[in-house]
Design a binder for this molecule. Structure first.
Ligand code: HEM
Length: 366
């Protein structure tokens, strides 16, 4: 994909794919993200993209409702609430690593990158971690399924979360579900649809993407073993390395927008109602913004990547994702001497058009 992005940036940076315009250059992607009035996140029924799993969540809403609901999540996602999770993340990284084979073999995705973020988001929401296999299944359906599977999965998730909330009515807890249930916007509680969409978004957005970040980080270590060694000697470089990992292998490739009026982007006329896909992953390899963009360089400054988006929909979970990755990598660098790819097993990329990550990443470690 990266070779294709590069070619398109140089030849047809706003590319007509059937059903959507693909926007590939950094400046154009930024323009789309920062002009929510022209490039709306809200699909209407006629022009809507039925494969967007999160259509009734804040991700797919425009102001003013977007602004009102986003304010609510900001109240629950305070820096204090995130910092409180720090010791839980540490404990769990150790716990997951203690489970892996003493012969020095593991599958990074199954053994660490997948279960860690699910556990943390389940804890934040307040739903039982025992339901994780169910979450995993739902999440795969949402990101890789066909439109009817996506619709039925959303329905199942809605039923599940509304049931969980009903339990909270009887037995309130100190968790996000209870907080959302009692939250009011302009004197009114959220609708059932909004409540369910929130939970689906937090679970899906908070888990698949962070798993991909951690998996992709290991992949970078395998590709660049010298970086692994450098960070072992200088763990203070981990946060900057994570930013470069986010840029180099961006977990979210693109999310759709819809033109609200006729507009010219770059030199390309776009008509009202057409779908426009800003490619974060391509913007993050744009040479005009990042010299030697295809080189992985953990000392890159500045590194104004768009892996978490920009504008009014910029990722709300970025501090949590960064914290999980930082703790996981720090412990791995501390506990493992060296990593190598287990070539006896296939390395598989996810087939999703939205997220970029590995299905499995078998490794040996010393
Ligand atoms: C929005 C990426 C982790 C919650 C976004 C957007 C991107 C993104 C690109 C913007 C979408 C758009 O412009 O249409 C990522 C990546 C992550 C990550 C790469 C991990 C490495 C998380 C986590 C959570 C989260 C851990 C929550 C626990 C959200 C929410 C939004 C969002 C609620 C919607 C914000 C809005 O529409 O106002 N994320 N995300 N994300 N993210 Fe994340």
């Amino acid at each position: 994909a990266y070779t294709w992005y590069r070619r398109q940036r140089n030849t047809q940076p706003i590319y007509r794919n059937p059903g959507a315009w693909f926007v590939l250059r950094y400046e154009d992607v930024k323009t789309v993200l920062q002009n929510h009035a022209t490039f709306s996140s809200q699909p209407d029924e006629k022009r809507g993209n039925p494969t967007n799993p999160l259509r009734s969540s804040i991700l797919s809403l425009d102001p003013p409702r977007h602004h009102q609901l986003r304010g609510l999540v900001q109240q629950v996602f305070t820096p204090r609430a995130i910092a409180r999770l720090e010791s839980r993340i540490e404990e769990n990284v150790h716990h997951f690593l203690n489970q892996v084979s003493p012969q020095g073999k593991m599958d990074v995705i199954t053994d660490l990158a997948f279960p860690l973020p699910v556990l943390i988001i389940a804890e934040l929401l307040g739903v039982p971690f025992e339901d994780r296999e169910q979450f995993k299944h739902w999440s795969r359906n949402l990101f890789e399924g066909n439109p009817s599977l996506i619709a039925s999965t959303q329905q199942e998730m809605k039923t599940y979360f509304l049931q969980q909330m009903k339990n909270r009515l009887q037995e309130p807890k100190d968790d996000v579900l209870t907080a959302l249930l009692h939250a009011e916007v302009e004197g009114e509680h959220l609708s059932e649809n909004e409540l369910a969409a929130f939970c689906i978004l937090l679970l899906a957005a908070g888990h698949e993407t962070t798993s991909d970040l951690i998996g992709n980080a290991f992949y970078c270590f395998l590709e660049y073993p010298e970086v692994f060694e450098e960070l072992q000697a200088h763990p203070e470089g981990i946060p900057a390395a994570i930013e470069e990992m986010l840029r180099y292998y961006s977990p979210v490739k693109t999310l759709p927008r819809y033109a609200t009026q006729d507009v010219v982007l770059g030199e390309q006329p776009i008509r009202a109602g057409e779908m426009v896909c800003p490619f974060f992953a391509s913007a993050n390899r744009d040479e005009t913004q990042f010299p030697d963009a295809d080189t992985f360089n953990i000392h890159r400054t500045p590194n104004r990547h768009l892996a978490f988006g920009a504008g009014i929909h910029a990722c709300l979970g970025a501090p949590l994702a960064r914290l999980e990755a930082k703790i996981a990598l720090k412990i791995v660098l501390d506990r493992f001497g060296r990593l190598s790819l287990d070539r006896s097993m296939p390395l598989q990329l996810k087939s999703s058009s939205v997220v970029f990550g590995l299905k499995q990443l078998p490794i040996f470690f010393l």
